[in-house]
Design a protein around this ligand. Structure first.
Ligand SMILES: *[C@@H]1O[C@H](CO)[C@@H](O)[C@H](O)[C@H]1NC(C)=O
Ligand SMILES: *[C@@H]1O[C@H](CO)[C@@H](O)[C@H](O)[C@H]1NC(C)=O
Ligand SMILES: *[C@@H]1O[C@H](CO)[C@@H](O)[C@H](O)[C@H]1NC(C)=O
Ligand SMILES: *[C@@H]1O[C@H](CO)[C@@H](O)[C@H](O)[C@H]1NC(C)=O
Ligand SMILES: *[C@@H]1O[C@H](CO)[C@@H](O)[C@H](O)[C@H]1NC(C)=O
Length: 294
């Protein structure tokens, strides 16, 4: 009798401790992390992706960002640069997701930076750069990515559901006609106008460099919409899993793992204090249950 009481209590306490540790570990993680990739020959950093990276960061208090580290080289080195870039997108997103599995991820790629994200999420083949048709990103990344913004993507081809802009011609590394990216088509926006020499067959460098000014705000609004849709989806999914009365208490601590969007965050109890309360609560509920059983 005494022994089983002790076992139950100990089990409940260690469950509570495990959850508390998980929360503490992730309390240093942001709700939103933005990952940007620059265009060919831009110096290390975000390059022209900075416009949207900055808008998203400013729109989501506490969010963090990082730049994809790759050569962004042109000319004869372009294909090799894309190959390294695709691997870098896969590696950096995986590493971040392993560290912060509950953080929503936003991708912003500009020109060659768009191409490497397009390839990493939607697969190849891509000339000499990538032979596989498989996505390179991990399953964890796939489930936490909320939006993918591509600007001046050389892989642009007419007819994709996520195309924005008036380009109809394909880019210099265009996808084949009929290509699709079903896993991510609802969360991608790919901006390309007819005058762009790289994502279409135009002649205006100004168009290619101008997507931040032309579409930055629109892209930002798309990102915000996706972030809050995904956050409320996660909340719905976790509360749907609760069954009994006792589980209702548990479901509230589970729902803390949903990453609230900027718009809903204000009304959410700070995660750390809420989960401490919940963990102590479940400990007492567990002890109460144990006492009843004996
Ligand atoms: C990606 O990770 C793999 C395996 O850890 C490593 O071999 C490769 O050099 C990395 N590539 C880049 C571009 O970071
Ligand atoms: C395409 O859209 C851009 C940006 O709105 C505009 O400046 C350009 O005139 C348009 N081109 C065509 C061919 O419609
Ligand atoms: C919401 O969840 C459903 C079912 O799990 C999924 O099919 C859908 O893509 C999700 N929507 C978003 C915006 O994550
Ligand atoms: C809900 O339960 C299903 C089936 O047990 C599981 O696959 C899913 O991951 C759960 N979702 C959450 C958010 O806990
Ligand atoms: C649990 O969450 C729901 C919805 O977020 C809220 O209405 C309810 O008061 C919470 N219950 C507890 C015990 O915190």
């Amino acid at each position: 009798m005494k022994y089983s009481f002790l076992l139950l209590t100990t089990a409940t306490a260690s469950m509570a401790t495990a959850r508390l540790n998980r929360r503490q570990q992730q309390s240093s993680c942001p709700n939103v992390h933005v990952i940007g990739a620059r265009e060919t020959t831009a110096p290390p950093g975000f390059g022209s992706a900075a416009t949207v990276v900055d808008l998203v960061q400013r729109g989501n208090a506490g969010s963090t960002s990082e730049a994809i580290v790759y050569p962004a080289a042109g000319g004869d080195s372009y294909a090799a640069s894309v190959a390294v870039g695709v691997a870098a997108v896969a590696n950096q997103t995986r590493a971040f997701n392993q560290k912060c599995p509950d953080t929503q991820i936003v991708m912003v790629g500009y020109s060659q930076g768009a191409q490497i994200m397009d390839d990493a999420f939607c697969g190849g083949p891509d000339g000499a750069s990538l032979s596989t048709t498989e996505a390179s990103v991990s399953a964890g990344v796939s489930s936490m990515v909320a939006a993918i913004i591509l600007m001046g993507d050389p892989r642009h081809v007419d007819g994709l559901p996520y195309n924005v802009g008036n380009a109809t011609a394909g880019g210099f590394a265009a996808r084949p006609v009929g290509f699709s990216c079903p896993a991510f088509e609802n969360i991608i926006q790919s901006y390309c106008d007819a005058e762009d020499p790289f994502c279409a067959k135009g002649t205006s460098m100004a168009t290619h460099q101008g997507y931040g000014r032309e579409y930055g705000q629109q892209a930002f609004e798309f990102v915000q919409k996706q972030l809050s849709a995904k956050a409320s989806n996660a909340t719905t999914a976790s509360s749907r899993n609760s069954t009994s009365g006792t589980m209702t208490i548990m479901s509230n601590s589970t729902s803390n793992s949903a990453t609230p969007s900027a718009s809903s965050r204000a009304s959410v109890v700070p995660i750390s204090s809420a989960s401490v309360v919940m963990n102590e609560w479940s400990l007492w509920v567990g002890m109460g249950l144990a006492a009843l059983l004996l």
